[in-house]
Each structure stands twice: as structure tokens, then as C-alpha cells.
Design a protein around this ligand. Structure first.
Ligand SMILES: [Zn+2]
Length: 138
């Protein structure tokens, strides 16, 4: 799992970006090249989601429990529910990450991690009951 540790180290080293900069320009060349190597096409796809403002951090009140909702690019699903380090409700997470182990993260998890690190997420406040209903729909 050296690749997972390397990806975690790079993702943890990313600093917030000023609102004027684009996501790609906020990452160093080294961070970009390591993530490109480890994540392949998912980095480009995640960056596209970030450029579309496609990541929402959903915070439930009063518990402060947090999940991410990430824009989907496939037909039939507008958004996926995502726990950036552990789970995404998309098909790629189940096939490429869990079943085949070919990817460390799906593009939604990567977009959520990058968006969170760069502080580019839109924050949406919901009730704990609304969050529970959202999780029941996965
Ligand atoms: Zn996903």
C-alpha cells in the first residue's frame, strides 16, 4: 500500500488556495505530477469537477456530521454521496477501487479531498434528519 501512503501524503500537504486561483494552479508541480502518476485519468476528471464547482460539503446540525456531495458526469445520477477517505456511492468506487483494486480513489473522492484541502467547497447546512434521509437513499 505504498501508493496509498504516497497519495495520502500528497493530499495532506495541499494548502488552501486564494479564491482567484484555479485548482490546478494551487497545486505545486510536484504534487500534480505525483497525483497524476498515482491517480491517472481520475486527477483530470476530479479537476474538471472542481472547475465546475461540483463539490458540496454537507454539514448536519446540530451534530456537525459531514459528508460530501459530488457532481456526477454519468447519465442517471446528478450527485454522489462521498466520504473522501472511505466511500463513494458511484459505480467506479465499487468496481475500480473495491472489487478490482485498480484505483486508490474514484474521481469524486479525489475531487472531495482536493476541494476540501483547497477550501473550495460550497458548504450546505442541513438538519440531522435530512442527512439521515440522504444516507438512506444511497
Ligand atoms: Zn465516486
Amino acid at each position: 500500500m505504498a501508493a496509498a501512503a504516497a497519495a495520502e501524503a500528497v493530499l495532506s500537504s495541499i494548502k488552501p488556495v486564494s479564491s482567484l486561483a484555479s485548482a490546478a494552479s494551487a497545486l505545486t508541480d510536484e504534487q500534480l505530477s505525483i497525483l497524476q502518476f498515482l491517480c491517472n485519468k481520475n486527477l483530470e476528471r476530479a479537476m474538471r469537477i472542481l472547475d465546475l464547482g461540483g463539490v458540496e460539503r454537507v454539514v448536519a446540525e446540530p451534530s456537525k456530521r459531514t459528508v460530501f456531495r459530488v457532481l456526477g458526469e454519468s447519465k442517471g445520477c446528478d450527485q454522489y454521496v462521498c466520504f473522501p477517505k472511505h466511500f463513494c456511492s458511484c459505480h467506479s468506487f465499487f468496481y475500480d477501487v473495491v472489487a478490482r483494486g485498480e484505483q486508490l480513489h474514484c474521481k469524486h473522492q479525489l475531487a472531495a479531498r482536493l476541494s476540501s484541502a483547497l477550501e473550495l467547497c460550497k458548504e450546505v447546512i442541513v438538519s440531522d434528519q435530512q442527512l439521515a434521509l440522504m444516507l438512506l437513499q444511497i
